[in-house]
Design a protein around this ligand. Structure first.
Ligand code: PLP
Length: 401
């Protein structure tokens, strides 16, 4: 990291603590009265201005119908929007194609990856998203490959995560493809993607990255991660309308992904044919330039990520001192972001505790299952969350622990 990068990080860290600044950010959103929302992991909220833009786009597309869509959106505006996305990611425009969700994106990559023959092995972990796990298992039936399923150690550590992949790659010489999740939705654990991709590449194994929770939250250069295939959505930390995602395929590996369902609309060298066909949510796509401009104006992923990590630290440092609260996500700064999970260790039923958090303390959160650490309660603050909201959460944890 050079000194300029340090200066940016320091600034983001300082701003992350500035409740006045974040009050001004929060004022850009309309929030329905109700419980304190600690479940922004599902999707983010659009600002009032983005929502207005979306509504206007919806009304316009409804009025102008195919006259606009066929004459201008399909031929010009959709390309402008795709270029804006590529600009945000700092990758060539030919390396991205929009989809309707992250699941659609990652599953299209899994389904159309043509580097597998019967008898090959593919790998998935307990921390991957369900639609990615099922997609990889689908390969077993449809390509005759063997699915290796690894379970990550709990508590997680940087070395243990790497060792799990190192061991799996050494033990399975027929491994060709690995699914990897940048930020797991189960505990918010951040995977050391670049290091794992390096290990994989050394074994000639390719990685499909699920970046759903990473985009807009982690400060990363997509082209530097060492992965050739990735899927994302835009409704979480970028703040776009629901129904948008995209695939990323490095240009020199596009030939490893077949056109989806033998799509014939585009040339062999065009990524646009690699995603499922279908009329998209055009008004939502038209809103993206506004959303990206807002994301940049807010300071982008460095500012957003630092704020959410600060709010996370605020509750986690206190929760670690409460008997009966077991914080499950590690404190290694390389391995966490704004999302973190915990468990009431003296209570067997975490689902019931989520209900009590809501009924008795006005805190809304959800349980997540499926990882080695067992059922946990996920806490995800958002850009309208204040330090006072965190105080309310900590008081609730103390009372219920
Ligand atoms: C890690 C991860 N991957 C994939 C997805 C699926 O995203 P989408 O709903 O856009 O398909 C999610 C959604 O929460 C997620 O958290």
């Amino acid at each position: 990291m050079n000194s300029t990068a340090y200066a940016i990080t320091d600034l983001a860290d300082e701003q992350a603590r500035d409740e006045g600044f974040w009050q001004q950010v929060a004022a850009q959103y309309d929030v329905e009265p109700g419980p304190v929302n600690f479940e922004y992991g599902y999707f983010g909220r659009m600002t009032r201005a983005a929502l207005k833009d979306y509504e206007q786009n919806l009304a316009y597309v409804n009025r102008s119908n195919s006259v606009y869509v066929r004459q201008k959106f399909d031929t010009e505006d959709s390309e402008f929007i795709r270029a804006d996305l590529a600009d945000l990611l700092n990758v060539p425009v030919r390396e991205v194609a929009l989809t309707r969700s992250a699941s659609e994106a990652v599953q299209a990559l899994i389904r159309n990856y043509n580097g597998l023959v019967a008898g090959d092995q593919v790998l998935v972990s307990d921390l991957d998203y369900n639609s990615v796990q099922t997609g990889m298992r689908w390969l077993a039936k449809n390509r005759g490959v063997e699915v290796i399923e690894v379970t990550h150690q709990h508590p997680a550590s940087h070395d243990a995560l790497l060792q799990t992949y190192r061991d799996a790659f050494a033990a399975h010489p027929r491994l060709k493809l690995v699914a990897l999740t940048y930020v797991t939705h189960r505990t918010g654990l951040v995977m050391p993607v670049k290091a794992i991709a390096e290990l994989a590449n050394a074994h000639g194994i390719e990685v499909i990255l699920d970046g759903a929770h990473a985009l807009g939250l982690l400060d990363f250069e997509l082209a530097d991660l060492g992965v050739s295939f990735a899927g994302f959505n835009l409704q979480k930390w970028i703040g776009a309308p629901l129904s948008l995602g995209f695939i990323y395929v490095k240009q020199d590996r596009l030939s490893a992904i077949d056109p989806d369902m033998a799509d014939e609309r585009y040339g062999a060298d065009d990524i646009l044919g690699r995603v499922p066909y279908g009329t998209p949510n055009i008004p939502a796509l038209m809103t993206l330039p506004k959303v990206f401009a807002e994301h940049r104006a807010m300071g982008g992923a460095p500012a957003k990520g630092a704020r959410l990590a600060y709010l996370r630290d605020l509750w986690v440092t206190q929760a670690r001192t409460i008997d009966g609260i077991d914080v499950l996500t590690p404190d290694d700064p390389r391995l966490y972001c704004g999302i973190t999970s915990f468990r009431f260790s003296r209570h067997a039923d975490q689902e019931l505790m989520v209900k009590r958090l809501l009924d008795e303390h006005g805190i809304f959160a959800v349980t997540r299952e499926g990882s080695a650490c067992g059922t946990c309660i996920r806490i995800t603050p958002g850009f309208t969350t204040s330090a006072k909201d965190v105080d309310q959460l900590v008081a609730a944890l103390r009372a219920l622990a």
